[in-house]
Design a protein. Structure first.
Lengths: 879, 251
């Protein structure tokens, strides 16, 4: 009974105690929840800590405390609790959700737990976690031992791949490859690329290429992959693999500039089309001018380039840019190219390009080119102002003033009543030669300016310029001074100098010029022409040499003109070397010539070599010295008395502006001394030339050269009927002597001709007549004949001849280019019947008025001897 | 066995048959309820239809047994036969015995409880009567008050009158001071109605007036915190938790 009572009491007490305890715990749990829900984590932490203390055996509270520790940044405390919980419970599930935290906070505990787990109940997941820990710590030995210990258990192939990537990053290539082979081979491209890089770094290029080549078909979309293969293959000289890789990259569009360039170079020699596509794609991708140039280089002809530009870039706005490139190089384009360019411009109808085209034509185009363009394009009010201006200048250059004025008017239509327009229009009219209209419009501009005084600096300067012309004011200098601060300094000085020059005050101008920094060229020239070149200011040093050359030339100071021309020639770019400077230089500067000639006739061959030196010896006189050596072989089949003969001659000549004179020594079978005087006085639109020679070598026949001499009088008159047409006539009177001076006879040759110059050739039809009369002593001619060549003709026979010369050549020759003028002569001669000759010249003119030339000629029959002649001549001129 | 008789072999002796009869007679006598039958019937709380028949028969035999009358009346209530129950109780209302009178009053109140009808014009009057009765001294003195209070709440829940039930219990709880025990009981039933009627979110805030009242009882305090949490009012739960924890010096 006592035990029963005791049991009852104890039961009651325990129930009560547990009930209280249960409610308290419940309260704490609910409070914890409410704190967590309201993010009152500090109170949550306090209550969890309290509860953990009150209920030390309750692991749930410990977990809660650990969790709230995590939340409140008490990681160390959390991990300590987790460790405690795990040590009590040995239940991995308790800490498994927090393993990532534990890993971060206590790697050793994390490692210990995982090692226990792997040993106790192996799982790939845990092994992978531990492996990742070792990989993260870079612990190679632990990774290796972990893998070797658990090799048989591993089912997840990711473990092998993770390890493979770990080892490859460490540079342990062999180990990495072995492990990778066991894996399910993820990130193949990356792995192979990395492996190849390691091979490459260890100078095993072949292995690197092999590694990359295996996967190139799969990985070609990765730029780094293909680039690596391309680079290593190129370094290793494995062109085939490099090209394959570049091709793949190219198809995929992930190629680099260097790849495109290499691929282009590879295909360029053999597959131009492909190379072109590559260059085109690369240009599209990289927008580099270089690829555009490569693209163009696949076309051999410029017209192909232009045509294909239209095909390849049908919608490209910048086709204008491409055409601009051609326009910039207009001077060096061939005629065909120019034509294609013109057609392309017509197709595009781009007015900006047309504007450039018109300006270029105006400044550099030939008459025909300008004429052609002018006939195609006419002005229209809807055209852009700039285009209209350009076209008006083009038309003006062709003296088509009416149309040019229309163009100008249309161009200025936007502001027809502005004084600026009137001024420009006036200037234009003045240039066009309409002085009255020009004055009218300029005055209109001036009046407009007076009504509405201009405010901007440029218009104000224009107004002041007009004031100078129209205000008739004596105090212009003062007016100008008043506006000094309102216009630019340069405009002010220019106007002041203009005013002073208009009042003919060169000394004051010189004073002003010395003070100012802006020195207009014209003012310098003005001072110079007014004899102020040797003053303190010395304007001549500031004038361009070509201008001075022109000045000196016009004032007959030829040496000074030559000196300046030479200076200009040396300083100016090729394209700006004018013919005047060249001619001046040719005339006045010492020049040297070496030439050789070979002539083959039906019966003899002749070789000749000569040297020439010329120099200006005074202001107006130039001296010439020439020396020649020659040798002639008479062909054995003919019955000649001598097999060969040689000789030499010396000439000393003098020349002025309109005359030439020389004396010579000719050493042939017998010496003789020719003298020659030549006159060519200047005439308006005409040329006259007269020459008189004594004891000259006979020119008419080959044999006379060696057997006779002649005195001659020659006169030629040439009248220029237009820019391209001339008519001329000449008369040659000869007296023939043998070598002992015995008079043999006389003769006269008259010729009349007409010459027409076309763009590429000139035509010159002519009529010629020769009449000779022998002296009664002619048969007694004591010629030292060297042959019995039959027929021997001491004097030419009477003849009449009609013929045509055709000169195929360009009008303007420029330095640095080869030219091939050809001369053709066909004629009918009453004495020798049909005659023709042809000469091909190959000429290259050098920059400093030098020349290299080759001449090849062939003729059949001439007026006095009917035989064949082949000649070859080469000459080198230099200064 | 027939084969055995034919051969004349005895399978059981006469003594053995007698002994078995004696044992079974003793067992039947000892197990037969006898006078306990009435007690069983009164306390039977299942099989109301059978119990009703059984009690009716016993009551007819023993009409003076008040316990039987109350039991039968209870069965009538459970079966919704409020008129029958009232008739029975009316029989003893005038008996001059305080205990019986109080019990009769309780039963009459219960009959009124089971008869409430929100559609009837007397509903409001009934509610006032019931609230007064369940707050009255005689009811508070009833040792089974927890059971009847639970019944009071259950009727509302069964009829789906959650709002009315909540209001009624809320009024009882706020009416006047009473013992902590009774307060806890009422609060418990109040929360039961709230949970049944899914009114936690809507009404939880109204319970804040009882925070101090309930803080003296751990279970009720916990219940209130839990309601706050369930009602999605963690801030209220937090502040009340802090209050209780400080009171208990747990924080």
């Amino acid at each position: 009974m006592r035990e029963r009572i005791l049991f009852t009491i104890l039961s009651f007490l325990s129930l009560n105690v547990f009930s209280v305890s249960s409610q308290q715990e419940n309260l704490m749990e609910l409070s914890y929840q409410s704190f967590v829900y309201t993010k009152d984590l500090e109170n949550a932490y306090l209550i969890a800590k309290k509860a953990s203390k009150i209920y030390p055996l309750d692991l749930q509270w410990k977990k809660r405390l650990a969790q709230v520790c995590m939340w409140t940044g008490r990681q160390d405390e959390a991990v300590a609790i987790y460790k405690k919980v795990y040590s009590i419970q040995k239940d991995f599930s308790v800490i498994s959700p927090y393993m990532s935290d534990i890993k971060n906070l206590d790697g050793n505990f994390y490692e210990k737990v995982l090692l226990e787990r792997i040993k106790k109940s192996y799982s790939d997941e845990e092994l992978l976690s531990l492996l990742n820990l070792y990989i993260q710590n870079g612990n190679k030995e632990k990774v290796e031992s972990l893998l070797s210990e658990n090799e048989k258990n591993i089912k997840d192939k990711k473990i092998w791949s993770e390890s493979a990537f770990f080892f490859i990053e460490l540079g342990n290539l062999n180990k990495a490859i072995k492990l990778y082979e066991k894996s399910d081979k993820p990130k193949e491209c990356y792995f192979h690329k990395r492996a190849a890089w390691l091979y490459f770094a260890s100078k095993q290029n072949s292995k690197a290429i092999e590694m990359l080549s295996k996967k190139i078909d799969k990985c070609f979309k990765e730029e780094e992959f293909t680039s690596l293969l391309i680079d290593i293959a190129l370094i290793n000289g494995d062109l085939k693999k490099a090209v394959k890789a570049i091709n793949l990259a190219y198809k995929n569009g992930n190629y680099r500039e260097i790849d495109a360039e290499n691929l282009f170079k590879y295909y360029f020699p053999s597959q131009k089309e492909k190379a072109r596509d590559i260059a085109f794609s690369a240009w599209k991708k990289f927008s580099k001018e270089y690829f555009f140039q490569l693209f163009l280089s696949t076309f051999e002809k410029t017209e192909d380039k232009l045509k294909n530009l239209k095909i390849y870039f049908p919608n490209e706005n910048n086709i204008e840019d491409f055409l601009s490139v051609y326009l910039e190089n207009f001077r060096s384009l061939s005629d065909k190219e120019k034509n294609t360019l013109k057609e392309t411009l017509l197709d595009t109808r781009d007015e900006d390009l047309l504007t450039s085209y018109f300006f270029i034509l105006t400044s550099t185009g030939t008459f025909q080119e300008r004429n052609q363009a002018s006939s195609i394009f006419s002005c229209h009010p809807k055209m852009k102002s700039e285009t209209l201006f350009a076209l008006s200048f083009l038309k003006m250059s062709l003296y088509e003033y009416r149309e040019a004025l229309d163009c100008f008017y249309f161009a200025s239509q936007n502001k027809p009543n502005s004084p600026n327009f009137f001024l420009n229009y006036g200037d234009f009219l003045k240039n066009a030669g309409f002085n009255t209209e020009a004055d009218f419009y300029k005055r209109l501009a001036y009046e407009n300016y007076l009504k509405n005084p201009p405010s901007d600096r440029e218009s104000l300067a224009a107004f002041l310029r007009l004031s100078m012309e129209f205000s008739y004011s004596n105090n212009y200098e003062e007016i100008l001074e008043n506006y000094k601060n309102k216009i630019s300094d340069n405009d002010y000085h220019e106007l002041l100098l203009s005013f002073l020059s208009s009042k003919d005050m060169p000394e004051k101008m010189e004073y002003v010029m010395r003070k100012i920094s802006y020195k207009p060229e014209w003012a310098n020239f003005y001072l110079f022409t007014h004899g102020l070149s040797n003053t303190e200011y010395n304007p001549s040093s500031k004038i361009e040499p070509q201008a001075l050359s022109g000045f000196y030339y016009s004032y007959k100071n030829k040496p000074a003109a030559v000196e300046k021309a030479w200076e200009a020639l040396n300083n100016a770019p090729d394209s700006y070397i004018s013919n005047i400077w060249k001619e001046l230089s040719k005339e006045a500067y010492p020049s040297y010539n070496i030439s050789g000639e070979y002539i083959d006739r039906s019966f003899a061959e002749k070789k000749e070599i000569s040297g020439n030196f010329s120099k200006l010896i005074s202001k107006k006189v130039k001296a010439d010295f020439k020396m020649t050596f020659w040798e002639m072989n008479l062909l054995s089949k003919e019955d000649f008395s001598q097999k060969n003969i040689n000789g030499n001659n010396l000439y000393l000549g003098f020349s002025g502006n309109y005359w030439k004179a020389y004396i010579g020594w000719e050493k042939k079978i017998k010496d003789f001394y020719p003298v020659k005087i030549e006159l060519n006085p200047p005439l308006y639109r005409a040329k006259y030339k007269a020459s008189f020679s004594l004891n000259n070598e006979a020119e008419d026949t080959f044999l006379l050269e060696v057997s006779g001499k002649e005195n001659s009088l020659y006169q030629e008159f040439n009248f220029k009927a237009g820019s391209d047409i001339s008519i001329g006539a000449n008369l040659l009177l000869n007296e023939y002597y043998d070598q002992n001076g015995l008079y043999l006879g006389k003769g006269a040759q008259e010729e009349i001709y007409f010459s027409k110059k076309m763009r590429f050739y000139s035509l010159q039809p002519y009529l010629k007549e020769g009449s000779y009369s022998s002296s009664p002593y002619s048969p007694l001619a004591s010629a030292y004949t060297i042959s019995s060549y039959n027929p021997v003709k001491i004097l030419p026979e009477n003849f009449r001849e009609a013929g045509l010369f055709v000169f195929l050549e360009r009008k303007n020759m420029r330095a640095g280019r080869w030219f091939f003028p050809i001369t053709l002569n066909i004629s009918y001669n009453s004495s020798t019947h049909f005659y023709y000759s042809t000469y091909l010249n190959i000429i290259k003119e050098t920059r400093r008025a030098g020349e290299i030339s080759l001449n090849i000629g062939y003729s059949n029959g001439n007026s006095t001897n009917k035989d064949n002649l082949f000649s070859f001549n080469t000459s080198l001129n230099f200064r | 066995m027939e084969n055995a008789n034919k051969k004349g072999i005895n399978t059981i002796s006469d003594f053995e048959i007698f002994s078995i009869f004696i044992i079974f007679s003793f067992l039947l006598y000892s197990l037969y309820p006898g006078k306990k039958l009435t007690e069983y019937a009164i306390n039977e709380d299942k099989n109301y239809d059978l119990t009703e028949i059984y009690l009716k028969n016993i009551y007819q035999k023993y009409p003076e047994n008040v316990d039987l009358l109350f039991a039968l009346s209870n069965i009538y209530l459970k079966r919704g036969k409020t008129t029958h129950a009232r008739e029975l109780i009316q029989k003893i209302v005038n008996i001059n015995d305080t205990e019986i009178k109080d019990k009769a009053t309780l039963y009459l109140s219960r009959i009124r409880l089971y008869s409430i009808n929100p559609a009837s014009s007397n509903f409001k009057e009934d509610m006032i009567y019931l609230e007064n009765y369940y707050s009255s001294e005689p009811f508070l003195a009833n040792p089974e008050k927890e059971k009847y209070l639970k019944e009071y709440a259950s009727v509302f829940i069964r009829m789906g009158l959650y709002k009315e039930g909540f209001e009624s219990f809320y009024r009882i709880l706020t009416a006047r001071e009473r013992s902590q025990e009774y307060t806890n009981m009422v609060f418990k039933e109040l929360t039961r109605i709230m949970k049944a009627g899914n009114m936690l979110k809507e009404k939880a805030i109204k319970l804040s007036v009882f925070e101090t009242l309930l803080s003296k009882d751990d279970e009720s305090a916990n219940e209130l915190i839990e309601i706050y949490l369930q009602a999605g009012k963690p801030d209220m739960a937090r502040s009340y938790s802090l209050k209780i924890l400080k009171l208990k010096k747990l924080i």
